[in-house]
Design a protein around this ligand. Structure first.
Ligand SMILES: O=C(O)[C@H](CS(=O)(=O)O)OP(=O)(O)O
Length: 238
């Protein structure tokens, strides 16, 4: 199986998506928020690019969450925060989420054959999902503001390490191999390292240390969210 890692959303090309399985990663924080919302009872998550698109969703069943450049959006009851979203009335709800990078990366991936949402929180489940698919894989690291984000790369490295342990034959590109090494190097210090990355630093300045610590946890959840008809829903592995 061929595996390519893309460094940020602005780098993704049609050949990374066409006929591929794709795992979109935005550890801080969009994909961690999506996984957490589904784990805490949301029926689905609708990722949208713009604030205007999010505001189109009106009605009791919709919960609006989002941020721009790590800051809350006026009129949105929830931030793009996995720890805050746990407090929301999620049971059976549809979460409508718009974020600076992560939801844009998901939108750009919609033409892939299979689309999964990954982070450290479900890294092993993502590895098992990708291994079972037996399909060439792209891991899209969303990055932040057009640049690579180390926490996304390390999560890609974690997933690839897990896939290697599954014993399947992998042809991993150079960036993927570098990310496996980056993960191995930092694996015992994830909460600390994630406070020093560009997004980690910005989140700390905005008072979101709890989010960084939460997002640094591995394998809290054993499901893979997948995109189905433009909404993200839970997919349990068999
Ligand atoms: O607030 C976040 O989690 C980030 C904002 S940024 O990286 O500081 O621009 O958004 P996300 O889309 O989750 O990367």
């Amino acid at each position: 199986m061929k595996v390519d890692v893309v460094s940020n959303v602005d780098e993704v090309k049609w050949e990374d998506i066409k006929n591929k399985a794709i795992i979109v990663i935005d550890v801080l924080r969009a994909t961690s928020t999506i996984i957490t919302a589904l784990a805490y009872g949301a029926k689905e998550v609708i990722p949208v690019e713009t604030l205007g698109q999010a505001r189109q969703y009106r009605g009791e069943q919709y919960l609006l969450a989002g941020e721009r450049y790590s800051k809350r959006v006026s009129g949105f009851p929830y931030a793009n925060s996995p720890t805050e979203i746990q407090q929301a009335p999620l049971q059976g709800a549809t979460l409508v989420l718009t974020t600076t990078n992560g939801t844009r990366a998901i939108q750009k991936s919609l033409k892939a054959e299979l689309i999964a949402i990954g982070s450290f929180l479900n890294g092993t489940a993502c590895a098992n999902w990708a291994s079972a698919n037996q399909k060439d894989l792209t891991i899209l690291c969303s990055g932040s503001r057009g640049k690579f984000a180390l926490e996304d790369g390390m999560a890609a490295g974690y997933i690839l390490n897990r896939m290697n342990e599954n014993g399947i034959d992998l042809q991993i590109d150079d960036l993927g191999q570098a990310m496996m090494a980056a993960y191995e190097h930092n694996k015992d210090l994830l909460p600390e390292v994630m406070q020093t990355t560009a997004t980690g630093h910005r989140l700390l300045q905005n008072g979101y240390l709890n989010d960084i610590l939460f997002c640094a946890q591995r394998d809290c959840f054993s499901f893979v969210p997948i995109v189905s008809d433009h909404a993200i829903v839970i997919h349990f592995l068999t």
